[in-house]
Design a protein around this ligand. Structure first.
Ligand code: ADP
Length: 243
């Protein structure tokens, strides 16, 4: 069973902008896939469909073998963990502890099981629980906020992790730590990113999207070495492959 299948997905915003024009792809279990493309190519719009935040105009989505439809939303939101580009869009509880606990609490976790889950997830993202549990979310640094948001999604134990620009705004050390985390996570992943070096280091496959269409997809090591292809579609070779 494929954890995620997208078939001929179309989406038009209310103002008439056609953001997705027949996108199809599938992820196999454990696969790490980069979603790349210039600004406005439809990456974020696509990701917002994957846990039901946007509803397809046409086409089908299947998550964990279940069609994505309103009756399945509880299952879908547990199965697919979406980490937004901007943690401010994700964090909404007053403290780190409350924020990371929110999801698992809704799944029925309580007491020490809940406390342990929260602590474990903070440790995984490199935030020492003793220092961070009681911190208010609003005055954390951007890097810390991004890690709390990731911990909150991991706390739901999703099968598929979907990340929108996870390295945007991180300093080099934060970015390096993120790459190591992504390499270590066992979940199936779809990572929308402009950071083609991150894609090269974390994803075996890459999908190139432009103007709401899949231009091509294939092994990252081949696709991101193709200077002509990348430049034709508004991208550049990863820094590590330049010069
Ligand atoms: P990407 O994430 O690749 O930068 P987006 O999914 O954000 O691309 O955008 C795809 C297209 O949809 C762009 O043309 C963008 O201007 C448009 N778009 C995005 N959000 C909205 C919105 N809320 N209303 C109208 N058009 C939008």
């Amino acid at each position: 069973m494929k954890p995620l299948v997208v078939e001929s997905l179309f989406y038009t915003y209310p103002d008439g902008t056609q953001a997705l024009r027949g996108v199809s792809f599938a992820l196999t279990a454990g696969q790490n896939v980069a979603l790349v493309g210039p600004n406005g190519s439809g990456k974020s719009t696509l990701l917002l469909h994957l846990n039901g935040l946007l509803e397809a105009e046409r086409g089908t989505l299947e998550v964990g073998g279940q069609p994505l439809k309103p009756q399945n939303m509880d299952f879908v939101r547990r199965y697919v963990g979406l980490v937004f580009q901007n943690p401010e869009d994700q964090l909404f509880m007053p403290t780190v502890q409350e924020d990371v606990a929110f999801g698992p609490q809704n799944l029925g976790l309580a007491g020490t099981e809940l406390t342990n889950r929260v602590r474990e997830c903070l440790e995984v993202v490199g935030l020492e629980p003793a220092r961070f549990l009681e911190r208010p979310c609003f005055n954390l640094s951007l890097g810390e906020k991004k890690r709390v948001a990731l911990a909150g999604v991991l706390a739901m134990q999703p099968e598929v992790l979907v990340l929108d620009e996870p390295s945007a705004g991180l300093d080099p050390r934060g970015r390096r730590r993120l790459i190591r985390l992504l390499q270590d996570f066992p979940q199936t992943k779809l990572i929308a990113t402009h950071d083609l070096d991150l894609a090269l280091e974390t994803c075996s496959e890459t999908i190139l999207l432009e103007r709401g269409l899949v231009i091509t997809s294939g092994p990252t090591s081949q696709l991101l070495r193709d200077r002509v292809l990348l430049e034709t579609h508004g991208l550049e070779l990863p820094l590590s492959l330049q010069g």
